[in-house]
Write a protein that binds this ligand. Sequence first.
Ligand code: NAI
Ligand code: MG
Length: 373
Amino acid sequence: MAKYKIAWLPGDGIGNEVMEAAKIVLDRLGLDAEYIHGDIGWDCWCKEGDAFPQRTIDLLNSVDASMFGAITSKPVKEAEKELVPELQSKGHVYRSPIVRMRQLFDLYICLRPCKGYDGNSLNFKENIDIVVFRENTEDLYVGVEFNPVPEALRNTLAEVAPKTFAPFKDIPLDQYAISTKINTKKGSERIIRAAFEFAKLHGRKKVTVVHKANVVRATDGLFLEMAKTVAKDFPDIQMDHANIDAMCMWLLKNPHNYDVLVAPNLYGDIVSDLCAQMVGGLGFGCSGNIGTNLAVFEPTHGSAPKHYGTYKANPIATILAAKMMLDWLGEKEMAEKLEKAVAETIKEGKVRTYDMGGSSTTLDMANEIAGKL
Ligand code: NAI
Ligand code: MG
């Protein structure tokens, strides 16, 4: 029996191509694993009315870790129209499987390392090395949303809203939409603690808390308060904090001032894309969705339908996600070897995908990296 069982979820579009590339390097590394395919994404939605079928949920419950490519998502009304005719008007509502997966398996940490490798002409500045901890289960992503808004809810909110908020008086009921931002002490505390623990374990000096507590006082205020409390348990690590808007500006101006960032779900999503772009863009952004018993590793990019079938996509993001999985499984030596091979390939610059200014294919890149293992 293999040492590890790994769920293999290519998903849609270029998810298939970059996962094929990741498999090439994992096989070359000789990871002792059984890879089990799982269905997820748009085809499942169209044919079954469920983008994340129960059999895939059962699979994730039975494995040590999972690798995920990318999925295609569409707005609810468009998604309904693409269902096979027998499933239309049967009450199927599209929800992103990745957001569902994060909640269902309580994958509360979204870990996004953003490291610039030497010689990458796409680096914004040299030696950027920022690690983003994004809360992954609550905040604006809880899925409690209304459009149209029920009258009773509107009336309740109208009673508690500041008198200066005019729309409650002036706008007809059917012209509201409400998305709720829900943050808990538990959800905030555990992601902040994870960021500090990571900083301690990896000899990092500073954790910066990203929020908008001056305006979004209840939820972000709670997040910031929890950060101040947790920071007391880590006297050797400096804590500072900044508003999300200022943070975007400071990150561009002085990226070297930042080390570990921790943020509620939405701000974490935003700053991690900004940080990913500073170290090469979507072709380099990798991500781990990590819970207590399961972790799912993925590139941060989507299914890029316009590139599907061309093998043009850069697989480095997915290969670095595989590196994160090796770290999580405790296969430190393999993880280091893989990262070194990626770094050397980038530095040499002989094999470059289109985003890096070259014309190599997804599999050329995988084979070049594999050849250095
Ligand atoms: P996307 O990330 O799929 O692609 C945007 C553009 O970035 C592409 O057209 C391409 O030019 C570039 N790009 C992406 N990955 C690349 C790679 N590996 N190498 C080189 N260039 C790359 O985002 P888009 O086009 O907004 O969304 C396409 C679909 O993906 C949508 O249905 C969206 O909902 C979904 N999506 C899924 C995600 C996931 O599975 N986690 C995340 C983001 C979007
Ligand atoms: Mg994103």
